[in-house]
Design a binder for this molecule. Sequence first.
Ligand code: BTN
Length: 240
Amino acid sequence: MKCYTLKEYASIHSTNDCIKRLAAKNAPEWTVILAKRQTKGRGRRERRWASQKGGLYFSVLLYPKHVEHLQVLTFAAALAVLKAIRKHCPVSPCIKWPNDILINHRKVCGILTETTLGERVSCIVGIGLNANQTKFPKEIRGTATSLLRETGKKFGVRVLASSILKNFHQLYLSFEGGNHKKILDEWRQQCITLGKNVFISSTGGTFSGKAAGVTDEGMLRVKLPSGKIRIVAEGDASIR
Ligand code: BTN
């Protein structure tokens, strides 16, 4: 049985924005909006998310009970995507902190989780997976890839979406059952950032160091050249 209710659009501004409006009207949990393209796809840190035809763009509405560990939900989503890619494509994806999925050092998927506080906390998990794109805008041409570019094969976006959603639902049940630490441990095993020299760019500035670990709240622990540890809550970590 399907664990979600999916509505599909040919074109939409942003699936996250659409779900946000539905959350304001108390739409049920596991409402999913999928679009073939987005005209105002949004990424982390106010960036735009290139959303031309061929990619997979969808958002899920959740009302989690364990609001103290919300960061882990993004990690669960990353694991769900990773497992689906591994199931359907002969490639080796990995996760880069905080939530990028890479293949051969290029980004194939990004996740934007947005939380709204109200009577209950609503959490919108938006996933953008480059499935069948052959070209990317100039600004990401050197850093982005797609499943098609990596394998030479076309992929059914609905098949990928249903596989991701199935995995995500299982992980969500585990999360709601109090297993956030187990999910974090699984995520840590797939994260290539840990142990690497990184260049951090965050609202707190830019600096370099060694990624020494990820806290239970999902923050990156960076060991500075001085030996001190700096905790990074948000930002980008490029691997050196
Ligand atoms: C990132 O910057 O890495 C996160 C990108 C998230 C993009 C997805 S596509 C579906 C959903 N709708 C949006 O507007 N953004 C997210």
